[in-house]
Design a protein around this ligand. Sequence first.
Ligand code: NZQ
Ligand code: ZN
Length: 386
Amino acid sequence: MDPFDYYCPTRVVFGPDRIVALSELIPRERRVLMVYGGGSIKRNGVYDAVLSTLARHTVVEFGGIQPNPEYETCLAAVEQLRAESCDFILAVGGGSVLDACKFIAAAARYDGTAWDLLEDNSLTADALPVGAVLTLPATGSEMNPNAVISRAEIEQKRALIHPLLYPQFSILDPTTTLSLPERQTANGIVDAFVHTTEQYITRMVDAPLQDRQAEAILLTLIEQAPKVMADPSDLSARSNIMWAATNALNGLISCGTPQDWATHQIGHELTALYHLDHARTLAVVQPGVWEHCFAAKREKLAHYAWRVWGCDGMGTDAAARAAIARTEEFYHSLGIGTTLADHDIPAAACDRIAARLGERGVALGEDGAITGAVAGEILRLRIGGD
Ligand code: NZQ
Ligand code: ZN
């Protein structure tokens, strides 16, 4: 195991009817900018619950954060925040709203061009406090320091990762997720699943606790997913998925171990260019990464097959192959296609993304072996169709 620092200052408040805790969690003298998305919180009662709890606070609203939060919209929020002298940001929504709030928190305290923060994380020197009410289990943004922001004008999607961006608290009330459409429920499960495997399917390292923590998350998602897909009102399954998704990306399972993230980086390109949902990009790219890097990942893939998919008795190669197939079947069981063709993305995407990542000089994956050209080869394995 490599040396590591683990730091996570986020208070997690979990369970039904916990939104009322907001009135205690945010000091009364704060001026709150409440940020939300396209209106789901108004339809499922979360908006009313938040506002009634904060009845004695000063609350200014900013709605309209898009899925894959848009840079320009975040800048408009910064402008409103400054005009209203807000000094606390409350995110109410899914990962996009949370990520937007973290970026707004950093941009509000930065004098230069805010996009530079996404090009160079080290420019972040200060940020306003952020709290969250999460309504979509998927990203782990509720307990991590990451923000992923899109900018349609230049077709880019970039991440800002800085310790100042951990939410101060996150309220995880699983009843808020009962209104999720099937597509978003499935997306969330796949995103959490891939977060776990990005930190787990690398190479064999002597970190049995982290391996078993990752396996616990994967097994929980595999067990709970069919329950929630069959019965969207299953609050127990929704609760388990919510906590699993948080644990998938709060930094704990990757302590002292190598991490991959190539699937995510290539996936972000598919979203930036073709607007495909984040989780769906992952379901397309990941089998290609595993197939292309089979020699390097073979042992860990087999370990995963034995521990998670019950492929006991199979040899290393057969188990590793089975791991890829079983994972893809799992995504299909959630109604998520795993090729570019399944999502009507043209084969030209392969060269286009190879060139874009090549220009940025990327070296992705746990060994830094995935250049732009290699990313193109990976995508070519995923063209699909006839
Ligand atoms: O905008 P509203 O009206 O709220 O509707 C949203 C949105 O249309 C809806 N929704 C959310 N909660 C709901 C609901 N609908 C009904 N009932 C509810 N309870 O769901 C749609 C998708 O929401 P979004 O927030 O975009 O989804 P998600 O949580 O999957 O976030 C995706 C974004 O997070 C980034 C992705 O790249 C993408 O931009 N990620 C952030 C990460 C992080 N911060 O660590 C890591 C991830 O790998 C990922 O990159
Ligand atoms: Zn993700």
